[in-house]
Design a protein around this ligand. Structure first.
Ligand code: ASP
Length: 333
């Protein structure tokens, strides 16, 4: 096995350059990183996704392309750094924690708020931190290294548009800090996913997320049901409440369940966990058989549902699998 690190560039601001209508992904990142950070010369190989993607264009099926790149090439290296756009990094970090479970490799996702060659960019600091983390021979699992924090991949959220501290894990302890130098909390390691070795197939439209808001029309739920959505993650109020007095909305949800749509009750609050049934307004979803969203992030819940729909034989098996964490993505109470 090579002592080197494999870097996979998927696109994103990190490697972007100025285009006529704004920043665009650009190739040739190995040489460009080495120009900026000559100390890493010969310490890594780099492959690039074809085409490179601004992560706001990323689809669930792209997670499998990243997974395949890690699976095909990663085994020859001590670890893998995935350079990713910040917009959907939290989704991909969650998804990879599930799909790369069998690979037994440390995988670090990073990116930056400013492109590598822009003045004052955070790209150098973030990739340096990722190299340092992998040099410390961390346990296998999916990490995010960004803005001075080392975070568990399936617990992260993008928390700031402009700040260099763009990510955090509001509902889980940070694994460590990378600044001023790498410091990992005692026993800190992301959990490695369970083994699933078969070929995965994800259907991009099978899972939807809906932010519950005052006056939300029943037609939204109806449209998703008739569009063939298989699971609907409801970002409910507080401990898992819905506007339960809205009988049209409740009727639409009931019909969705009859049509086979799985409901997940997830709080729209940044911290805390769902407790279905504390309020009458929340017991309605429980009555409809909604799955508990625990303290999952919306990104992890979305990726997890995609993953379970792909690996489980049928929806009944998804329901049975749902309460067991796959790799530390929610707190068991
Ligand atoms: N739109 C960019 C992306 O997600 C933003 C970024 O990388 O920061 O690819």
């Amino acid at each position: 096995m090579s002592e080197k690190i494999l870097v996979i560039n998927t696109g994103g601001t990190f490697g972007m350059v100025d285009g006529p209508a704004g920043l665009v992904p650009a190739a040739g990142l190995k040489v460009r990183i080495e120009q900026q950070l000559p100390e890493f010369l010969d310490r890594f190989d780099l492959i690039e996704l074809e085409p490179l993607i601004d992560s706001s264009n990323l689809l669930p099926s792209h997670w499998l392309r990243i997974t395949e790149a890690v699976a095909q090439h990663g085994q020859d290296y001590t670890g893998v750094i995935v350079i990713h756009g910040t917009d959907t990094l939290a989704y991909s970090a969650s998804a990879l924690s599930f799909t790369c479970g069998a690979l037994n490799l440390p995988i670090v996702l990073t990116g930056s708020q400013k492109p590598l060659e822009h003045s004052g960019s955070d790209a150098q600091a973030n990739i340096t931190a990722s190299f340092e983390l992998l040099a410390s021979v961390p346990l296998a699992g999916v990490y995010v290294c960004f803005g001075g924090y080392v975070l568990q991949g399936n617990r992260v959220r993008k928390i700031s548009v402009q700040s260099y501290q763009g990510f955090d894990s509001p509902n889980a302890a940070r694994l460590g800090l990378s600044e001023p130098s790498l410091f990992m909390a005692e026993g800190a390691a992301p959990f490695m996913g369970r083994t699933f070795e078969g070929a995965l197939e994800l259907s991009d439209e099978s899972v939807a997320t809906l932010l519950v808001y005052p006056g939300m029309p029943a037609a939204l739920v109806e449209a998703l049901t008739s569009a063939g959505c298989e699971a609907l993650i409801l970002l409910s109020y507080g401990s898992g409440n819905l506007p339960a007095d809205d009988r049209l909305l409740m009727g639409a949800l009931e019909r969705a369940v009859e049509a086979g749509v799985l409901l997940v009750n997830l709080t729209q609050c940044a911290t805390g966990f769902v407790e279905q049934g504390v309020y009458e307004a929340g017991s309605e979803l429980q009555r409809l058989g909604a799955l508990d969203g625990y303290d999952l992030t919306p990104e992890a819940a979305f990726a997890r549902m995609h993953y379970l729909l792909a690996v489980c034989e049928n929806k009944k098996a998804v329901v049975a699998a749902w309460p067991q964490p796959l790799c530390g993505e929610f707190t068991v109470r």
